[in-house]
Design a binder for this molecule. Structure first.
Ligand code: ADP
Ligand code: MG
Length: 499
C-alpha cells in the first residue's frame, strides 16, 4: 500500500468474528454436526423450525464459550438471555436466528497479540452465543440450492472494539484468536471449512483526529491472508473517495477473494430491522460460580503464556510468536526441547545442560525448526503434526550440531534427507559416518596433500595473497566430504603454509 495514504489517513478497524464451537450436536437440538455429510442429512424438527419443536441449549457449547470468556479476561454474565433475530432467507427455516442481544454471555476482555515486534491488546466489546444459518449455493443457471446441515451449529461471535489500526494487525488479531480457541480446544477453527469467519469494519479518519469516520463492513473473508488483503483494499478504496471530496457510504460489502475486490451487498441494517426480542422458548441462561471456577481451573497454558515462557527461555519475540500462533508447532517445539534435554542428559549425565531452560539450546532448536523444517513443511503444504522428522529426531540432530559433532552444512543435508525418507537424522549420521573429523593428525595429512597438489597457489599465498587461505580450506573441506572441522582445518593449513 502506498505510504502517503497512510500518512494522511488513519485506519480504524473493528472485527466481528464467528467461531464454530466444537460440539457433537447442534446448539439447540440433538441433530449431529459433521463436515461434508450429504446435504440436508443433518436436520431434525428443531433445525427445520417445524411447529411445536422446542430448543434445548447445548451445555457443552456454553462451557466452551465460558472458557473463551475466561481466557480473554471478560466478565461472564451469570444470567444471560437468548433473543430472536429476525430475517427472511432460505438458509433460516424458522425465519429468525437464535442469538443474544442486550444480555450477552461475556463483556469486555481483550485479545493479546504480537504485531510489528510489539505486544498489543485489542479490547473486546462482547462475546455472544448464537446458531449458524444453513448454506445457499447459487448455481450458474436460475437454481439456488439450500443445505441445512450447518443450520443450528453453535457459534460464538467475538466483537472487538475499533482498536485495530492496520490491515496487518487485523490479520494478527485473527491469528491470535485462532490460536486461542485451538489452545482451549473449543474449536478446530478451520477457516477453509468456514469454522472461523471474519467480518471487518473499516473506516478512515484524518491523522490526528479523534472522531471516527463512517465505516463499511466487509463480509465473507475466509483466510488470514484475505483479512489483510481485503482491509488493505478497503483502505485504498475509502482513501480514494475521501481524497476526491466524496463521502463513504455505510454499507455491507462482499469481499471476493479470487478477484481481490469487494462490491456493495446492501445498505447497513439497523438493529430495528431485526425486531429482536427475548426468545420465549428458552429460559434465562444461568452460569453459576461453581461452573465458572471449575472451567477456570481446567484452562490449559494459553498462547500468550507460552509466548512469555519462550521469550524467558531466550527466544526472540518473533520466533516465539511463530511458535505461539500455531499450537501444533509450539507443541512440537516443547516436545523437541524436552527430548533435547533428555538426550543431553543421556549423553553426558549433565543435569544442568539437560535443564529445559538452556537458552542456547532452545535458540538453536527454534532456528532449525522455524527455518529448515518449517520451510520444508510449508513448501509441501504439510501439517507440522505429520512431519516426517519427529521432535526427538530434530532434537538429536540439533544436539550433534551444537556439540560440533557435525557441521551446520552437513546437518542441513541430513535434515533434508531425513525429511524425504522419514529416517531418523542421527541414524543417517551414524550409518554414513558423517561425524566431523576433529582428529588433528587426520586433518593435517589432508592439509599436506592439498598444499602439495596446489604449488602455484601455495607460492602466491606465501607471496602475500592471504585471501587464498579460503581456497585451501575449501579444497580440504571438499576432500574430506565436508566432514573436517573447518576451524581446525583453517588453523592447520595456515601453520603448514607459513612453515
Ligand atoms: P453492528 O452490530 O451493527 O455491526 P456495532 O456497533 O456492534 O455494529 O459494531 C460492529 C463492529 O464495528 C465492532 O467490531 C466495532 O468495533 C466496529 N466499529 C464501530 N464503529 C466503527 C468505525 N467507525 N470504524 C471501524 N469500525 C467500527
Ligand atoms: Mg455487524
Amino acid at each position: 500500500m502506498s505510504d502517503d495514504v497512510l500518512d494522511r489517513w488513519e485506519p480504524v478497524i473493528g472485527l466481528e468474528v464467528h467461531v464454530q464451537l466444537a460440539t457433537a450436536s447442534k446448539a439447540f437440538s440433538s441433530s449431529a454436526i459433521a463436515f461434508g455429510a450429504p446435504p440436508n442429512s443433518l436436520t431434525d424438527p428443531v433445525v427445520l423450525g417445524l411447529p411445536g419443536a422446542l430448543p434445548v441449549f447445548n451445555r457443552r457449547a456454553l462451557e466452551h464459550a465460558v472458557r473463551l470468556g475466561l481466557a480473554v479476561g471478560a466478565t461472564i454474565r451469570r444470567r444471560s438471555r437468548f433473543a430472536r433475530k429476525h430475517y427472511f432467507y432460505p438458509d433460516s427455516p424458522k425465519g429468525y436466528q437464535i442469538s443474544q442481544y442486550d444480555e450477552p454471555l461475556c463483556e469486555g476482555g481483550a485479545i493479546e497479540l504480537v504485531c510489528g515486534g510489539q505486544r498489543r491488546a485489542v479490547r473486546l466489546t462482547r462475546i455472544h452465543l448464537e446458531e449458524d444459518a444453513g448454506k445457499n449455493t447459487h448455481t450458474a443457471g436460475t437454481t439456488s440450492l439450500v443445505d441445512l446441515n450447518r443450520c443450528g451449529v453453535p457459534l460464538v461471535e467475538v466483537v472487538s472494539e475499533p482498536d485495530v489500526r492496520s490491515a496487518e494487525e487485523a490479520a494478527e488479531y485473527m491469528r491470535a484468536l485462532h490460536a486461542l480457541v485451538r489452545y482451549l480446544g473449543i474449536s478446530e477453527a478451520d477457516m477453509e471449512k468456514g469454522q472461523m469467519r471474519c467480518d471487518a469494519n473499516v473506516s478512515l479518519r484524518p491523522r490526528g483526529a479523534t472522531a471516527y469516520g463512517t465505516r463499511a463492513e466487509l463480509k465473507n473473508i475466509n483466510s488470514f491472508r484475505f483479512v489483510q488483503k481485503a482491509i488493505e483494499h478497503e483502505i485504498l478504496r475509502q482513501a480514494r473517495i475521501l481524497d476526491g471530496g466524496g463521502t463513504v457510504v455505510q454499507e455491507t460489502r462482499l469481499w471476493d477473494g479470487a478477484a481481490g475486490t469487494s462490491q456493495s451487498l446492501r445498505g447497513k441494517e439497523e438493529a430495528l430491522d431485526y425486531r429482536y426480542f427475548p426468545d420465549p422458548d428458552l429460559p434465562v441462561l444461568v452460569v453459576d460460580d461453581a461452573t465458572i471456577d471449575g472451567l477456570r481451573a481446567g484452562l490449559p497454558e494459553l498462547p500468550m503464556a507460552r509466548l512469555d515462557r519462550l521469550v524467558a527461555l531466550g527466544l526472540a519475540l518473533d520466533d516465539a510468536r511463530t511458535l505461539m500462533v500455531d499450537r501444533d508447532l509450539g507443541d512440537y517445539f516443547d516436545a523437541a526441547l524436552q527430548a533435547r534435554g533428555d538426550a543431553a542428559l543421556q549423553a553426558r549425565g549433565d543435569a544442568a545442560l539437560a535443564a529445559r531452560g538452556d537458552a542456547a539450546a532452545a535458540r538453536s532448536l527454534a532456528n532449525w525448526l522455524v527455518g529448515d523444517l518449517l520451510g520444508a513443511l510449508n513448501r509441501d503444504g504439510r501439517a507440522v503434526a505429520d512431519s516426517p522428522v519427529t521432535p526427538a529426531g530434530l532434537a538429536a540432530l540439533v544436539r550433534l550440531v551444537d556439540d560440533d559433532v557435525i557441521s551446520g552444512k552437513i546437518a542441513k543435508d541430513v535434515l533434508a534427507r531425513a525429511y524425504a525418507s522419514g529416517e531418523a537424522p542421527d541414524a543417517i549420521v551414524e550409518r554414513e559416518g558423517l561425524r566431523q573429523i576433529t582428529d588433528a593428525g587426520a586433518i593435517e595429512a589432508l592439509a599436506r596433500q592439498i598444499v602439495e597438489a596446489n604449488p602455484k597457489q601455495a607460492a602466491q599465498y606465501r607471496g602475500g595473497k592471504d585471501n587464498l587461505l579460503g581456497f585451501f580450506v575449501g579444497q580440504l573441506m571438499k576432500a574430506s566430504g565436508g566432514k573436517a572441522n573447518p576451524q581446525l582445518a583453517s588453523e592447520l593449513l595456515r601453520k603448514l603454509l607459513a612453515g
